[in-house]
Ligand binder design. Structure first.
Ligand code: PNS
Length: 170
């Protein structure tokens, strides 16, 4: 390794979310982030008081993510229950990467961005516009479809679809 390459920092980004469950929209953002950073740490929110509010446990959500990202060499998956910026700092991340689908996402993310920036000005937030193919997918929408027998196979990985149908299907 010469001086030029050794001076090159290892760029770490955190890609946060509840991932209840992971969708192809999330995977699109994670996959694109993995090309921009040396390591992408997927941070799975695991708040004890939110436990009853997620359909899948943190372990299940992580297992789905592991399975769906196994072809990507630079992805790490971890839970966190602190402030997002605290988690990002602990992991040595220079950036937080999120997907943006619609104006409604923008309004929420603008507020989060201001709050996060105030807490940790050294961590940049990076927003990736959702690919048109995935711009309408949300975990809550997928769960609603699964509850009423809608078609979800093109929205989430096979394993996730199977578990959603088992847990929510009527
Ligand atoms: O929409 P999601 O997937 O539930 O988003 C989760 C997350 C952590 C990305 C969002 O809540 C966020 O940006 N929060 C910033 C504020 C924070 O640090 N909250 C603590 C979460 S443990």
């Amino acid at each position: 390794m010469n001086a030029e390459t050794s001076a090159c920092p290892h760029r770490i980004a955190v890609c946060p979310g509840t991932f209840d469950p992971v969708t192809y929209g999330h995977l699109d953002v994670i996959g694109r982030a993995s090309k921009m950073f040396d390591t992408v740490v997927v941070g799975v929110v695991n708040l004890p008081w939110r436990k009853g509010n997620t359909l899948f446990s943190a372990e299940e959500r992580i297992a789905f993510l592991r399975d769906a990202t196994r072809q990507l060499p630079n992805i790490e998956i971890e839970t966190f229950s602190s402030l997002l910026v605290t988690f990002a700092r602990e992991r040595g991340a220079m950036a937080i990467v999120k997907g943006l689908r619609a104006i409604s996402d923008f309004e929420y993310e603008l507020e989060m961005n201001q709050l996060n920036r105030r807490q940790a000005p050294e961590i940049e937030s990076v927003y990736l516009m959702a690919s048109p193919k995935y711009s309408f997918i949300s975990s809550s929408g997928v769960k609603e479809l699964a509850t009423f027998g809608g078609e979800i196979d093109e929205l989430v990985p096979d394993k996730v679809a199977q578990h959603l149908k088992e847990r929510l299907g009527r």
